[in-house]
Design a protein around this ligand. Structure first.
Ligand SMILES: [Cu+2]
Length: 259
């Protein structure tokens, strides 16, 4: 049902959705049963003329079972939820499938920098492709990402991929995704990271082989206008060096200046 609102555009999006469905059904049925019993008892034992209210301590066994049996049922259902969670977690977070491409994702107040390792598949080499707030990937290929933060904790979130991962300063966190649908989708920082957090968005464009090559050629010859640049109506040099914070003329400065 979730895909009616947000596309499913990665290989593991369905697993995450299934997890939500399982949890929603279990919690939903418990909620309705509890509410049904509650309303039934309210009506069945409502105040009646001439009948004195009974004081129930809940200490007798036949009274206790009303809390114990539902409690056991909830614990059993919790175990089901945890088991399904572990299966999905191991598949998505613990397992790193063989990669086709490698990309570095860097969060900073308040923009995303992306370094694609290029044809050689190795980062920090001459064929790297650097973009800001714009990530270009190929459909049907497995991407490994190395997630970093320059200043505070950010969160790399791509809702259509059902991908969400914290970025911590001083750490490189590895993960993966495999896009299954072409199109341009939102990237949004999902961790409160300062007053520009709300505008710390970007776009991930999932290309076919042909349109990917075309876009990369445009980026390389400087004719490509990014999602961010189109919005700002300006062109700004892209940072190619990721090892230090660019203070002057940084996107953070530029973004801050629009407030
Ligand atoms: Cu952020």
């Amino acid at each position: 049902m979730i895909e009616y609102y947000v596309y499913k555009a990665s290989s593991f999006a369905g697993d995450i959705d299934d997890l939500f469905v399982v949890i929603t059904w279990i919690i939903g049925v418990c909620f309705l049963l509890t509410l049904g019993a509650f309303i039934y008892f309210m009506i069945r034992f409502r105040r009646k003329e001439g009948v004195k209210a009974e004081y129930i301590t809940g200490e007798k066994h036949k009274e206790k079972k009303w809390t114990h049996y539902p409690h056991y049922a909830i614990i059993a259902l919790d175990v089901v939820i945890i088991a399904v969670n572990i299966i999905v977690w191991v598949h998505i977070k613990q397992t790193l499938p063989p990669k086709d491409n490698l990309v570095r994702v860097i969060g900073q107040q308040w923009s995303w920098s992306f370094i694609d390792s290029g044809p050689d598949g190795v980062l920090d080499t001459a064929d790297d492709i650097a973009t800001v707030n714009d990530l270009h990937v190929k459909v049907g290929e497995t991407y490994h990402f190395e997630l970093q933060a320059r200043d505070v904790i950010h969160n790399f979130s791509v809702p259509v991929f059902r991908l969400r991962q914290d970025a911590l300063p001083g750490r490189t966190i590895k993960g993966w995704f495999k896009p299954t649908m072409t199109g341009s989708f939102d990237i949004q920082c999902a961790e409160m990271c300062g007053y520009g957090h709300g505008i710390m968005g970007g776009a991930i464009t999932v290309h076919t082989e042909e349109s990917y090559n075309e876009t990369i050629a445009q980026i390389k010859n400087g004719t490509y206008e990014s999602h961010y640049q189109k919005r700002m109506g300006t062109k700004t040099p892209l940072p190619s060096d990721t090892s230090q914070i660019e203070v002057e003329g940084s996107f953070a400065r530029l973004l801050a200046s629009v407030f």
